[in-house]
Write a protein that binds this ligand. Sequence first.
Ligand SMILES: *Cc1c(COP(=O)(O)O)cnc(C)c1O
Length: 464
Amino acid sequence: MQYVSTRGTAPVLSFADAVLAGLATDGGLYVPQVWPSAPDTLTTDYASLAASVMAPFIGDEIDANTLQKLCSTAYSTFRDPRVTPLVPLEANHWMLELFHGPTLAFKDVALQFLGQLFDLLLEQRDEYITIVGATSGDTGSAAIDGVKNCSRVKIVILYPEGRVSDVQRRQMTTVNSPNVKTLAVNGTFDDCQDLVKAMFNNQKFREQQRLSAVNSINWARIMAQVVYYFSAAQQLASSGVSISNGVSFSVPTGNFGNVLSGWIARQMGAPIHQLIVGSNSNDILTRFFATQEMRALSVQPTLSPSMDIQVSSNFERLLFEMNNRDGARTADQLGRFRSEGAFAVSPEQYNTWLAPVFRAARCDDATTLEVIRDVFEKTGQLIDPHTAVGVFGARQHQSADIPMVTLATAHAAKFPDAVEKATGSRPSLPAHLADLFDHEEYVTTVENDLEAVQNAVARFTAGA
Ligand SMILES: *Cc1c(COP(=O)(O)O)cnc(C)c1O
């Protein structure tokens, strides 16, 4: 399988090169040259299912046994043998729990696999990399956990000191691995992001340190998330639910990565009827589906912080399809988005690509709390604020003859304050994290200064 850039001018790459590159050299994102079909027969064991759904994207670059072993290792870290169990919520409405991985959010599904994949690809080439990233909470801990046992990957995560929750911080700082470094930056999340960008823009430093990224535009993350849409349909069918009209999924969305994976599963033949795009008050996508115009506003902090995003990077991959894979046109629209803050799609594009599949819903903080309370009162289940946005969207767009599945993207204990505020009940951490507050923390504090941060990175990669 070959990979092309959404902006049309970067070189066509193999799977391994596209994964290791992350972003294309023309600023675009890599997508496979064609959307393959899923194999006709699929197993139900999650790791085997993952290997067979991802195999067509990888081709002969990784042999079947090795891929199966990668998936088995990656998903053995999940606390539920089904990996992503489906649980009933209310009439004709289920939740697919994606939070049984080590750090309690759905990003583990992709990042546990990505760590294994990076190590394998780097071993094949006898190379080493240093992943550098900034986090406002969830991604940093999931990335650290995904690579903490890798032999060819080091990772440095920057977070804003005093601005992530205690649980989020400790999930990063208590990992005692020689290839993991956490830097507490005396600044905001935006400062951390700017520092990371500046390090990548410093060509000499970037090459010296072999910097790499694992942000949500990496193709392998999108690919790994396709699998659980197939798993959900299988779990419904095996419990006797009719999926002959398809299944709809409600997806709490930030960067459009998770819901894009659903669209890809549908392209591959998964029985998917509609995809509901759920936003909090940062509702650029909801407005886009209503007006066909993508227009950025400023970001507002909400109870679902992992969706506090105004530019949904992964939408670019769908836009490329909507432009019939015309990279120049895609680059032009995104250029306009950067310079003027907006771009539009035509009614024809909307009717062809979006109207048949996508629906959207916006759920503000007050409604999020109401949904958490309502679900708790009716079912006794505690759900997190991101999942609540999904449940709200599902209820807005449910129909009687199509089963609906909301993707539960985080464990309630990851956002205990909002959950307690809504229900009066404080969710407790699962057993494997119960002693999180007893462990020693390993963290280096640095000034919000590029040279200071680069020095800290260089000292760490040199083994000091
Ligand atoms: C990252 C994240 C999201 C948003 O996922 P995208 O792929 O960016 O749309 C939703 N919920 C939680 C808990 C997350 O961590």
